[in-house]
Design a protein around this ligand. Sequence first.
Ligand code: ZN
Length: 369
Amino acid sequence: MIDENRILETFLEYVQIDSETLNEHNMAERLLLDLRELELETWTDDAGAKIGSNARNVYARLAGDPALEPRLFSAHMDTVKPGNSIKPFVSDGVITSGGDTILAADDKSGICGIVEALRTIIKEGIPHPTIETLFSISEEGGLNGAKNADYRTLSAKKAFVLDSGGNVGTIITSAPGQTKIFATVTGKSAHAGGAPETGISAIQAAASGIAAMKLLRIDDETTANIGTFKSEFATNIVPATAVIVAEARSRSEEKLERQTAHMIECLEAACRRYGATLECKTETSYLGYSHRQDSQIVKEATRACESLGLEPLYRASGGGSDANVMNHNGLTALVLGTGMEKGHTTSESITVKNLIDTARLCLALMTGN
Ligand SMILES: [Zn+2]
């Protein structure tokens, strides 16, 4: 049985450990301590050094029945800003922050669910397969902990990632891939009053390219957005450069390619029209994935939800998570909802019920009960 007071207490403690992205050191140390207290085998990697974080990805293993398939449970340790000095409040079964910070239910609800399920298994001696955990750094803003994780140290091929909104029972069956476009439009400077006809306005060319683009919601599985448009000159100078950073996402690889190409073509055409030059670089932020509803891992999550009386709810995600990286690194990874609400805002909250249900779901998935 999940200890409802213990998980709430752990959650309130964990959210008060500052761990904004790249500053996860204290959270990682605390988790290592808690996992070792359970006598789990723990280890770390050198992901932090590669990405400029003061922490490492934290792994743990609880060896179990070798006849059963090992499984990985994962959640991320970092939070968005403002995530320091969080003061959680519990009122009427709902946990919130003081209103001046996030709550960090994203993703400490996932961490607590996993840790509480492990504590329950160990305390009650419940039979289980080998259970591994990966608590990642720097998920927010780039999945960089997961991208630099050492998957060779894991034996599990199946992973459950506790990191989504939606009541417990929410099963994310697919997530988009994302491409970033970094473009620099170069025109020619000239005195805007004296000889503007000898100049080429980079702002005009870039803006004309952007104006021709299909952006925002493209279709039910594709989106696109310009995040940065930078060019600042005095008004008496024809601007020589403009920098654009944009993204496209789609759950269809083909559509993602098409949208990315479309955005670049718009810029190219505008540059040709104005005689400007375009320098363009694209970067794959992460790849998408999709699990069929009748796939083994979705069926398993469905069974676990039903065994707990939780209604399974299948959803496609509009964003990436560590599971995007895992699904392309030899694991089959499924994202599950923990009930976190209004993530990435100072109104973030989670109900105590969802927190407890997250642990119950982890326990069911860990033990097959
Ligand atoms: Zn998250």
